[in-house]
Design a protein around this ligand. Sequence first.
Ligand code: C2E
Ligand code: MG
Ligand code: MG
Length: 705
Amino acid sequence: MKEETIPREMFRLFYLAAEQNCLPIMITDRNGCIEYVNPAQEKSSGYTASELIGTKPRVFQSDQSQLPMYPEIWQTLMAGELWEGELLNLRKDGEPYTESLAISPLLAETGQLSHFFVIQQDLSACRNTARRLESLSTFDPLTGLPNRAYLLASLAESIRDAAVLNHELTVVHLDLDRFKSLNDSLGYAVADQVLVGIADRLRGVVRRDDALARLTGDEFVLLLRNTVPDSHLEDTLKRIQATIAEPLMVVSGDEVSLTVSIGVAVYPRDGYDSDTLLRAANLAMVAAKKNGGDNVYYYVPEMQEGMASRFDLASHLRRVVERGELVLYYQPQVSLISGEIVGAEALIRWQHPEKGMIMPGQFIPFAEETGLILPISDWVVRAACQQMHDWRIAGLPPLKIAVNLSARHFYLATLPDTVASVLAETGIEGSSLELELTESAMMHDVVGAVRIMDRLKGLGVRLSLDDFGTGFSSLAYLSRFSIDLIKIDQSFISDVTINPVNASIVTATIAMAHKLGKNIIAEGVETEAQMAFLRRHDCDEMQGYLFSKPLPAEDFATLLRERKRLVFEEKEGVEVTRTLLLVDDDIPVLSALKRLFYREGYRVLTATSAREALELLALNRVQVIISDQRMPGMTGIELLFRVKDLYPDTVRIVLSGYAEIETVTDAINRGAAWKYFTKPWDEDKMRDEVCRAFRLAGASITLPS
Ligand code: C2E
Ligand code: MG
Ligand code: MG
């Protein structure tokens, strides 16, 4: 088409199409000088049109590596053909980017080459997305380490290389010890932070040749590609143990120290393929863990015997009921209001003829896996009801017995009928039997669970929720289930007096449970302080070593007969006495202060560490605390921050040297402390201030937080 014959409107249209095109467009003259760029080109390259016009596209050129391509491009274009390909270019700010380009030669009416038309596409965005997707499927998002999929691919490739090069290849399986309890006590967020910290440290230990991956949770695998000389392996393992053992500080200010169980398997000695090697390293790690953890085990074929002994266990367990080797122990459940025994939890033990007493943790999970739990569970329900019946005949006071139900047993269609017939046979009313369920059992099939629970409730049986807090459900969700009692898991109780997070979980759980009309019992209560804390926060019942371990039936009967009960030391006067708690690791300072305030008529409690102070706070009503700042383990301010969360109504004072004033002032601004005294102190001033502090506490003024 001749230029004159093109309508003017068409020019405008072409212009708009170029200007508004989302792809970068550029037109150069036949010598390559830029005559036009569209806004998308300006945006993509970072240059303005005026900077580009008149220059040559070589401004985009990245490095010498692209040079060999130019003659080819030029030749194609000069032959009047379209050139398509990818180039690595540079933006104005120096950032490299890959572009896909189509360069068309434009011919004038005379047939002569007049211009080049270049249309581009920035590929870096697509590449980044692809890279991210690839990284998500092969990298663990938490630690940034390669994941299991990547490990398997890398192991297979390393085995091929090792076979060709006649090298050894070592697979090291790492599993952190007691990580679950850390998870339980510090919460998932902090535990995740610990995992990230550990992963970083492990990265620092491995050589460039080695590969490190996170398998799941707290398990990592390390591949050492060529372990000659042997000392490299030993060195690496030692460094791993050392780096994991170094204390790690987490956000809460707590220091976490961990140990690791390590299993080692070597190609070709222990296996020729990825699966066999990984399994061997895992078996060795399990052996390390079984032997107390914090050690290294090398795989030996005998470890497979662990498997064989499982079969052994299975064949034994199959006949355990008929052989009469199961016994029930009973742990008292005590009212925190009356102090009396109100019930018992039946806990199973296996009296093995050769191995002695086997605890449930060692065979219940296995029995669940194999289905052997069903006859065992039936036996437990029957034996517990029979025991209740026997105690009644013997004239002992009536009480309820709680029985643990496994998830499999719970969903068994015949369970309600079995329970009904056991109750009928033994003459026990439903309300004396309590069935304990776990959150995971109920959440497995919510609709099914509600139906079964309704049938059980129809028999008058009580239902309780065991190990509350270790699952994922919220209390509000639990209102859907007809649960009578919630059992707070012992992992929350164990540090309830020193860990504000667990303390608030416990108090919130108690309050919510009561709002939902459910009773609440604390498991694993071991100290007076824990009990006092629970009583103060209205927990209904408790169970734990403080009162009694699980006992054989005869011993439990003795407790009942003797009417053993919890005695609460109700020091009525104490509740209203002005109590001052002094905390300092420096004994002379503590004594001097104690004398000073004793003369003032206060009840004075003293502690030489933060931990001791927290115990005393759980046991006593304290209005005012003075804590030294510099103490080993936990500083005074850290202590006061915890106390602020646990006992917000206390008035808190720091005793510090001049050097720490800044930290102390910050603590005051953040509400942890009300005031500070500097050492050496002015006795009169201190006396006046403490007097004011008690007035504040008495008026129950909450300090600004
Ligand atoms: P669970 O139902 O949470 O039982 C409480 C466990 O905590 C018992 O361990 C008990 O001995 C222990 N315990 C009680 N007070 C304290 C304390 O103050 N401190 C500490 N550290 N521990 C305390 P046990 O008897 O070894 O039972 C462990 C688990 O085995 C039970 O946990 C339960 O899940 C399961 N189990 C026990 N008996 C049966 C049963 O008959 N059937 C089924 N399916 N599971 C059972
Ligand atoms: Mg239980
Ligand atoms: Mg429990």
